[in-house]
Design a protein around this ligand. Structure first.
Ligand SMILES: [Zn+2]
Length: 442
């Protein structure tokens, strides 16, 4: 995520949240975002109409629907397809959840994280000051979302409890953090730690390798890439073009530094290559968050897929132009983690423009679901918000955006990812049912 949520959602850290209740997480973002005061006002009236005490209402399932209704009222636009009954009546709400779930029950979250490692991060011991900027940011976030020990709670157990048991997510694809120079010479989240997630939930999790930093030396980078493929059978890469070396960054279209990696990926059968784009956070530099370097990489490696994480927001127009003017392109993807979560509750008009731009220019087959959890806590509220989100008519007419149809929802939430990662939907769904069953018994 790596987005300063706390400066956008002011005051969210003040009200303690139960991390296992996704309604609370979602509603508190509505309550503390840009439209906060108006939403609070409207929700208090709805609590009265439902005959409930305000705080209990805010934490309930109907509270989250009421927040979406309040956002429609506050903006005078219909961003959320929520009936009035869902905001006051538990049965109406339960039924609407069932209908929405039946419409899109297969969910691949291509952007998930654990965020600790054995020995964790200690200033001056295994982490330097710059490394701590990022840990601090994530610690504050984790605490705001109810994980009392911040990043220490963003561990394997919580990954299972909050993402796989606590949400409709069928398959979580986890993304690594490298930046070894800031973390005592070892990746911030090393692959052997992430591999434990995969071992525990083999059909419901997949692993991307990361930390590949050609400025550390191309030879060692290619060796690591081969090791990831051979020893860990990784499903792709999630890289960062800004890095923690003295050079500060590199580009995907660098023929000397990057192309040998893509050529090696070809040989190893690694097809999906993601990169953090947009969201210039913490210790990193905004220039490397731009995505023009995908342009020639896409053309020169037509058999590989390039995925811009965060949809390069707030530079998503640059990403969209790489396909909008080049309709022949078939290997450019956008992922919407953090971008959706940060905008949908606080700036829904911006959210509609971002999604509309991606769907219009990249196309509905090229947008991938991601939530950046555990950094945003339990992802279920995001799933619910996406199932209800709509682009208002006047934006459709004025900008040529598509309406979000049930088919587009299914594609974005799971089918596009299943296609490029060859996910066996049936076996993943069966394994998910077992996880839910076991959780219910425990
Ligand atoms: Zn992330």
């Amino acid at each position: 995520m790596e987005f300063n949520v706390l400066s956008v959602f002011k005051g969210i850290e003040k009200e303690p949240i139960n991390p296992f209740n996704p309604n609370e997480v979602g509603t508190s973002l509505f309550l503390n975002g840009g439209m906060g005061p108006k939403i609070r006002d409207s929700m208090e009236k709805q609590a009265k109409a439902a005959g409930m005490e305000r705080r209990n209402f805010f934490r309930s399932t109907i509270g989250l629907s009421a927040a979406m209704l309040a956002a429609n009222t506050a903006t005078g636009m219909e961003f959320f397809e929520v009936s009035k009954a869902e905001g006051v009546d538990f049965e109406a709400k339960a039924e609407s959840v069932q209908v929405a779930r039946a419409g899109s029950d297969f969910i691949v979250d291509v952007h998930t994280h654990v965020c600790t490692r054995p020995g964790h991060y200690q200033l001056g011991v295994n982490t330097n000051e710059r490394g701590m900027w990022f840990v601090q940011l994530l610690d504050d976030l984790g605490k705001a979302f109810g994980m009392k020990n911040g990043t220490k709670d963003m561990d394997i157990d919580h990954y299972g409890k909050l993402i796989l048991e606590g949400s409709d997510t069928t398959v979580g694809i986890f993304n690594p953090f490298g930046f070894a120079e800031h973390y005592g010479g070892k990746d911030m989240v090393p692959i052997e730690y992430q591999a434990q997630v995969k071992k525990r939930w083999p059909k419901n999790s997949m692993m991307l390798a990361g930390g590949l930093t050609p400025n550390q030396g191309l030879g060692v980078t290619l060796d690591r890439l081969r090791m990831y493929a051979e020893d860990y059978k990784v499903s792709g890469l999630k890289l960062y073009t800004f890095d923690a070396t003295e050079k500060k960054g590199w580009w995907f279209d660098d023929e000397k530094l990057a192309y040998p990696m893509w050529e090696e990926c070809r040989k190893l059968g690694i097809k999906n290559i993601g990169c953090h784009k947009g969201v210039p956070f913490g210790q990193f530099y905004a220039r490397y968050a731009h995505c023009e370097d995908f342009d020639s990489a896409c053309d020169d490696f037509l058999d590989l897929n390039f995925i811009a994480y965060h949809a390069a927001w707030p530079y998503h127009n640059e990403l969209a132009a790489l396909k909008g003017f080049k309709p022949q392109r078939k290997n450019l993807y956008a992922e919407i983690g953090t971008t959706f979560a940060a905008t949908v509750t606080s700036r829904p008009l911006e959210c509609a423009h971002v999604l509309g731009t991606l769907l219009r220019d990249l196309g509905e087959d090229y947008v991938l679901w991601g939530t950046d959890s555990l950094l945003w806590g339990n992802p279920q509220w995001q799933i619910e918000a996406f199932r209800k989100f709509q682009i208002p008519d006047h934006l459709v007419e004025g900008h040529g955006y598509p309406k979000i149809t049930p088919e587009i929802r299914r594609k974005v939430l799971g089918e596009n990812a299943a296609r490029i990662w060859n996910i066996d939907k049936k076996s993943a769904m069966q394994a998910k049912a077992e996880i839910i069953g076991t959780a219910a018994l425990a």
